[in-house]
Design a binder for this molecule. Structure first.
Ligand SMILES: C[S@@+](CC[C@H](N)C(=O)[O-])C[C@H]1O[C@@H](n2cnc3c(N)ncnc32)[C@H](O)[C@@H]1O
Length: 198
């Protein structure tokens, strides 16, 4: 089990790029803002909050959630960009999501950080937290893998068929594409998708 807070304290955070995910900025420019709905957007596993601030800069209310207290402290220490806030909590814990609803979720490097055996729990959490008609919007790592091999990660790989299968009990895929914009080293390895909650 990974001690995420320790990873932040020790500076072992290769995912930390000091800026929002380029595919998120591409998506914000390209897609009808209707996908974010009219209440708050949840960002699970938000780390130090770059994506949360990018959403807030566009006028969206955004809640960044992270297991790691150290990530929370760093995210919350940034000057506020707009209507954003942060919480420490476990996205997979049903007690955390009790009574909470969001019009959308932005996924970036949380899905690939969790144990692949818990992907159905991740999808259920999204389904319970997003209102009917709301969207799960995400950028996913598309790394081919052999299902017979032992998993190595994080980041744990995934594929389009698997993603569609894991979300299909609650969501329909509406739009998807390989983003043109990427952090250095992630070019062509990511996939943007908007899944609509039915
Ligand atoms: C690979 S890091 C990515 C952080 C951020 N999205 C970024 O790209 O900079 C994964 C993050 O997910 C958080 N995390 C892992 N499991 C979580 C869970 N069950 N609930 C909330 N956060 C979680 C970790 O603490 C870590 O900050």
């Amino acid at each position: 089990m990974i001690d995420w807070s320790e990873r932040y304290r020790k500076g072992e955070t290769p995912w930390e790029r000091g800026a929002p995910a380029p595919p998120l900025l591409e998506l914000l420019d390209r897609v009808n803002p209707e996908i974010w709905g009219d209440s708050a957007v949840l960002v699970p596993g938000c780390g130090t909050g770059h994506d949360v601030r990018a959403l807030a800069t566009r006028g969206l209310r955004a809640l960044g959630l992270d297991l790691a207290v150290e990530a929370y402290r760093r995210a919350d220490a940034y000057p506020k960009a707009g209507g954003e806030s942060y919480e420490v909590g476990d996205f997979l814990d049903p007690r955390w999501r009790e009574g909470k609803r969001f019009s959308a979720i932005w996924e970036h490097t949380c899905f690939c950080a969790i144990d692949p055996l818990r992907r159905a729990d991740y999808a259920r959490a999204c389904a319970e937290l997003i209102v009917t008609g709301g969207c799960l919007v995400g950028v996913f790592f598309l790394t081919p893998y052999d299902p017979g091999e032992e998993w190595t990660g994080p980041p744990f790989p995934s594929g389009v068929e698997e993603l569609d299968a894991v979300f299909s009990p609650w969501f329909e895929r509406e739009i998807s594409w390989v983003p043109e914009a990427a952090y250095l080293g992630r070019e062509g390895r990511e996939w943007l998708a908007v899944y609509r909650r039915h």
